[in-house]
Design a binder for this molecule. Structure first.
Ligand code: NAD
Length: 471
């Protein structure tokens, strides 16, 4: 069984467990669970040295209950049909949880991006887009990709450029993909959105004193000992926001190994060290751990797996000392590990909720592209002037003037980034409580993952019921 097939089984088992707590018709549940469209293509590309190589690529559209479909594109060696279906299903549940009006999708190409030059990656990406467009698997109203493992703003810019060339004159063409560089139609705050969302989610969970007491922790982020697995897009930004909020990074793991320091690692210094040495190992004052997985077994409070799926298994789950596992990655915990952690009283914050910050800000980017105007452009100056008038009235009534610094602090109008971050914070904090309510309603019979999936299934079911097809 491939890793992808195991991952799909893991996602489907989680769905089945949650579905068992709902009263929906079995045909409706079967319809929600099943992937709607699966596209496979293979195409030849020319390497820089003239050799021809055949690439294998997929796109899965798990749900069309809302359109467009939405989901990242992954460049990794393990990509297969089952992996993209598992990730696409998670996208459906994720979008439902944070009220982002999209169906779930995911795509991928089986390759290790480190083995290809930028020119080769560009040829591969553009050809993949060509194949997707040809088969109606892409478009601002159909299916909108985004970055995932192995891809980033550069690939998204190539995707947008290829799409707009294939669809000349299509007014909303820029909404065909999200995660683009700001200069190519992207939105400020998207790059850090998933990591920031992970942080907002954990902060909200940690703010509930009753739940923290049950874990033997104090409320809040300050002083919490955190381990991060994977310092890519999600892991790096999550680590940064945790550190800024006063958490202590006691362990960091990357593909080359792991380092630990009970007094805290300085993230920016570790990143600078890694850029220089191409490794986080041998960082001054830190201990090198024998195996990268050893970071998971340190003494700490919060684990953020932010690398790949199936990292926490039945083998290592009994030794994980964290009180909270905050799933930055998709599917990092196997079904068996999940059961072990829950039995041991570890609170697992599920991927479908916790890493939804990326798709939330992708949604904002798509709305911006369809609106053809930067957020804040219309109101920033108006707000600034209104606050200034208000201060002026206050100054008149108290009989003294505010300092220029005080005035500037109060009269600032919201920029695009302010609005994006505030929308993200509102989404992540607001989305947690309906999940927690279901969790509490079932009093100990379900874990947070099951509670989140119950909430997601109910929302998707409602969309289908409104069509009048299912009872
Ligand atoms: P990325 O490629 O930027 O980062 C992944 C990092 O993990 C890399 O630096 C890699 O070297 C490291 N890594 C790989 N195997 C490891 C291991 N065994 N131990 C430690 N480190 C390891 O990818 P990303 O975009 O940050 O995505 C990470 C996870 O988050 C994936 O599961 C992805 O599906 C999920 N996710 C990403 C986004 C997004 O917006 N990028 C959104 C939601 C979910």
């Amino acid at each position: 069984m491939s890793l992808g097939a195991r991952f799909l089984e893991q996602v489907d088992r989680a769905f089945d467990r949650a579905a068992g707590f709902t009263n929906h018709d079995p045909t409706l549940l079967a319809n929600i669970r099943t992937c709607k469209n699966l596209f496979y293509t293979s195409f030849p590309i020319k390497r820089d040295d003239g050799r021809i190589e055949v690439m294998h690529a997929w796109r899965a559209e798990h749900s069309h209950h809302k359109l467009p479909c939405k989901g990242g594109i992954r460049y990794a060696e393990a990509v297969d049909a089952e992996e993209v279906q598992a990730l696409a299903a998670l996208m459906t549940y994720k979008c439902a949880l944070v009220d982002v009006p999209f169906g779930g999708a995911k795509g991928g190409i089986r390759l290790n991006p480190k083995r290809y030059s930028p020119a080769e990656l560009e040829r591969i990406t553009r050809r993949y887009v060509f194949e997707l467009v040809r088969k109606n698997f892409m478009g601002p109203g159909l299916d909108v990709p985004a970055p995932d493992v192995g891809t980033g703003p550069r690939e998204m810019a190539w995707i947008a450029d290829t799409y707009t060339q294939l669809r000349p004159g299509e007014l909303d063409a820029m909404g065909c993909v999200t995660g683009k560089p700001v200069s190519a139609g992207g939105i400020r705050g998207r790059v850090e959105a998933t990591g920031r969302g992970v942080f907002y989610g954990v902060r909200e969970v940690c703010s509930v004193a009753e739940d923290m007491q049950a874990l033997g922790l104090s409320p809040g982020i300050q002083g919490k000992r955190v381990v991060i697995q994977g310092l890519g897009n999600v892991g790096y930004f999550a680590a940064r926001f945790f550190q800024e909020a006063g958490a202590v990074l006691v362990g960091l793991a990357e593909s080359e190994g792991a380092i630990a320091d009970p007094n805290g690692l300085d993230l920016e210094k570790v990143m600078a060290h890694r850029r220089e040495r191409r490794s986080i190992l041998e960082f001054s004052g830190a201990t090198n751990l024998t195996r990268r997985e050893d970071a998971l077994e340190l003494d700490y409070d919060i684990l953020v797996p932010a690398a790949l799926e199936r990292q926490i298994t039945a083998e290592n789950a009994p030794r994980i000392k964290a009180k909270i596992v905050a799933e930055g990655a998709n599917g990092p915990t196997t079904t068996e590990a999940d059961e072990i952690l829950t039995r041991r009283g570890v609170l697992v914050l599920p991927d479908a909720y916790l890493n939804a910050g990326g798709v939330t800000v992708s949604y904002f980017e798509w709305v911006k592209n369809l609106g053809h105007v930067r957020f804040g452009r219309m109101q920033k100056r108006f707000e600034q002037n209104a606050y200034a008038r208000l201060l002026h009235v206050v100054e008149g009534s108290i009989g003294r003037q505010f300092t220029p610094e005080q005035t500037e602090r109060v009269t600032r109008g919201a920029s695009e980034e302010d609005l994006v971050n505030s929308g993200l914070e509102e989404t992540m904090t607001g989305a947690y409580h309906p999940i927690r309510e279901v969790w509490k309603q079932h009093g100990g019979k379900v874990d947070l993952r099951t509670a989140a999936l119950i909430v997601a299934i109910d929302k998707v079911a409602l969309s289908y019921q409104q069509l009048g097809i299912f009872p």
